[in-house]
Write a protein that binds this ligand. Structure first.
Ligand SMILES: [Zn+2]
Length: 505
């Protein structure tokens, strides 16, 4: 027995149960193994308590939250070793030294002992992505507008001025706009919902939306609207929930009419507007897990949950549209389970690893869900959150900031930073630090024009000094307000709304 006992720490469950509980549960064969002093015995035959491979966080910080305490970390030890459990162990092991302050990577620390947000370095990194990119970036040649959006979005979340890029961006995306409407990912490419969305957001960020041919855009979107209510990503391409969110975002930000163009194929099936059958189609994407799939019958994924919630929050006020088409409780339960322990960030799918980009895709869902449940207007106390803001903030500040000269934010410590992860890490940080409340007194539809205005009724509120203390970040670590539906600064969205309020096609 001595062998088995020596392998465990002082305050683990093994120690608490001492020899008693363990011995009584063992069959005689298993007891023999312990007597022989087989050092693997605890791992092979032991009850589902941690064996000798348990993780021992080395405490460097005075305060460690409950989920980083040794006993919590080893509470759900997985005895069945698979490729998945090995990958999870490796990720936990790589993150723990950063989370506990054992390894600070030379980063400047805030008043709570966690790394400061490296604002200037991240901004420099993002600006660098506007220069000549290394050869491997050729794989994103068909996604060029995304690079523009991630850079301009990320910079503006950091409070950086981006309007100086206006002319440059307009001239760069001009050849991507097709005369038949919409934007392709590169020169000579077909228009695509994702690239069109990214271009429109990037242009909105710099105040350059007047270069968009709105009439052609309206006609093109009429071509991708489907008879079952959803949207294809491009003419003849796949129909999925990204298409629905991207198309509704473009329609709303550009103030396009909700009526389908006369030649839209969906009219033949009796549809008259872009929102006809849309909520029902989104509802069909909810899976047995409670999460949202890219299309009906597919696997649930965190990013699609955001697309579904944001899309429904455009169609109507979230407390009306979301419960109408989705099982909110099942969705909340599914999303809650995506926050990983002990890392504190979110994974995109069940049994997958933590990844900083889901700080937005899943972290951004909570404000929308909260509005769906409370009817908006009610500030939910931090203690009533269904997710850990503190956990997400700690993961992003400790594990996802690239140290050294370069800056930028990354998926996890073993990966390199890029514009995508920097943009969505900052958006997720904003979601965790600030409050976003839906104003139920706002109109969901403009009575005169018939345009959807529900998504323009959000109000943001910065955290109190007490909340910042509890969540362990300082004033200089605070990210600006990011619109919970359109993922651009709140001020940019308001300016866009005003730009097209009176501007009919
Ligand atoms: Zn990622």
């Amino acid at each position: 027995m001595a062998t088995a006992k020596e392998d465990v720490g002082d305050d683990t469950l093994d120690e608490l149960f001492k020899d008693k509980a363990r011995i009584e549960e063992l069959s005689s064969d298993e007891e023999e193994v312990f007597k022989r002093g087989n050092s693997d015995a605890a791992e092979v035959y032991g009850p589902p308590f941690p064996g000798k491979n348990q993780l021992k966080p080395r405490r460097k910080l005075e305060y460690l939250p409950p989920w980083l305490q040794e006993a919590s970390i080893n509470l759900f030890h997985d005895d069945l070793e698979t490729t998945t459990s090995e990958a999870q162990q490796k990720t936990t092991a790589e993150c723990l030294p950063f989370l506990t302050g054992e390894e600070t990577q030379g980063l400047e620390l805030n008043s709570h002992g966690l790394p400061h947000l490296r604002r200037r370095k991240h901004a420099d990194f993002l600006r660098g992505t506007f220069n000549k990119l290394p050869a491997p970036y050729q794989v994103v040649d068909a996604s060029r507008p995304w690079l523009f959006y991630w850079t301009l979005g990320g910079l503006s979340f950091l409070g950086e001025e981006v309007t100086q890029y206006r002319e440059r961006l307009i001239e760069t995306v001009r050849p991507l706009q097709n005369p038949t409407g919409g934007f392709g990912g590169g020169h000579g490419q077909y228009s695509h919902c994702a690239c069109t969305y990214a271009t429109v957001l990037a242009l909105a960020a710099v105040g350059g939306l007047e270069m968009v041919d709105r009439k052609a855009m309206w006609h093109w979107l009429g071509q991708v609207k489907q008879a079952d209510g959803g949207f294809r990503m491009a003419v003849g391409a796949e129909e999925d929930i990204r298409g629905a969110y991207c198309a509704m975002t473009v329609i709303t930000l550009l103030g396009l009419p909700l009526e389908l163009p006369a030649e839209a194929p969906a009219r033949k099936a009796g549809l008259e507007t872009f929102t006809d059958r849309l909520g029902e189609w989104v509802g069909r994407c909810q899976t047995y897990e409670g999460g949202i799939a890219g299309a009906p019958t597919n696997e649930a994924h965190g990013a699609y949950a955001f697309c579904a919630l944001a899309c429904l929050s455009i169609v109507d006020a979230p407390h009306k549209s979301i419960p109408k088409y989705l099982d909110v409780q099942a969705l909340a339960s599914c999303l809650t389970s995506l926050q990983t322990m002990p890392e504190g960030g979110f994974a995109g799918r069940t049994n997958k690893l933590v990844d900083a980009c889901y700080s937005h895709w899943v972290g951004g869902c909570w404000a929308l869900l909260q509005a769906a449940v409370t009817g908006g207007g009610t500030k939910v106390a931090r203690t009533e959150d269904l997710w850990s803001r503190e956990g997400l903030i700690r993961y992003l500040l400790c594990c996802c900031q690239q140290p050294g000269k370069k800056g930028g934010m990354r998926d996890k410590p073993s990966t390199r930073p890029d514009g995508y992860h920097t943009c969505y890490s900052l958006a997720g940080l904003s979601a965790a630090q600030n409050h976003y409340n839906y104003d139920i007194t706002g109109e969901a539809v403009d009575k005169e024009s018939g345009r959807l205005t529900a998504a323009f009724n959000w109000k943001a509120e910065r955290p109190t000094a007490e909340e910042m203390k509890v969540l362990r970040f300082d004033e200089e670590d605070l990210v600006g307000f990011v619109h919970p539906v359109f993922v651009l600064p709140m001020g940019v969205i308001e300016a866009t709304r005003r730009q097209f309020a009176e501007n009919m096609l």
